[in-house]
Design a protein around this ligand. Sequence first.
Ligand code: BTN
Length: 255
Amino acid sequence: MVNIQPKTLFVGKKLIFLPSCHSTNDIANEIIQNKEFIDGTVILTDHQTAGKGQRGNVWESTLGENLLMSVILKTSFVKIERQFDLSIAVAISVFEALNDFGVSNLSIKWPNDIYINHKKIGGILIENSIVGQKMGNSIIGIGINIHQTKFENPRASSLTLESPKIPFNRNIIAEKTCEFLEQNLAFLKDGKTNLLKKKYYDNLFAINENRLFKISEGIMEGKITGVTENGQLKLISQNKEKYYNIKEIEYLFND
Ligand code: BTN
């Protein structure tokens, strides 16, 4: 059983815990479809049978070892063309929750993966519904690998593997994530997007570093300089500014 008591006004005040489900994002969607829901409702589970990752990938997680959470938000205050600001606010919130534990070498890899060293320990899947010309609701799916020690993907890892000295607690991570999310949503509502972007850039993996990327034309050397308003990655390569969507570019690692 999971019980969280975040110090918030709305995020996580209503909690639904399911020992097992197909996907907390899909449960969130069923809740939105079926009835009026409470803004900030959090769904937590120990196990997903069909966990969803970005780009149609499966999100694998060992039973009871990790954080699997979805937050349902009313997001009509976000302009459709500024959806990426919401993604930034969520990524920063997860970053700040983990940073509070004293994790070092933590970063956000564009667009919203959470990395320690050169390994992915967390991912975010945001599903927005649009009503007319406005955003309606958003389902914020967050997966953080906490205690899992075995991964098929060599680039995947967990908090415990990367920071073995820190005693991580899943409920506290969930509570802190809710608390930082509420703070950063308040910045977003107040139009403080420059502050959010600064926090994002301050912690963006490999920003201003020359490194290699794989693109459709082959291997390219470039330097990440930022992201555009609609969330494309901005790079300088051979003195030209270039823009990439998520499926168009892959980071290359040499470890
Ligand atoms: C990614 O591929 O990086 C995004 C992973 C998101 C996983 C989380 S786990 C909780 C929520 N429910 C899902 O089915 N997916 C998200």
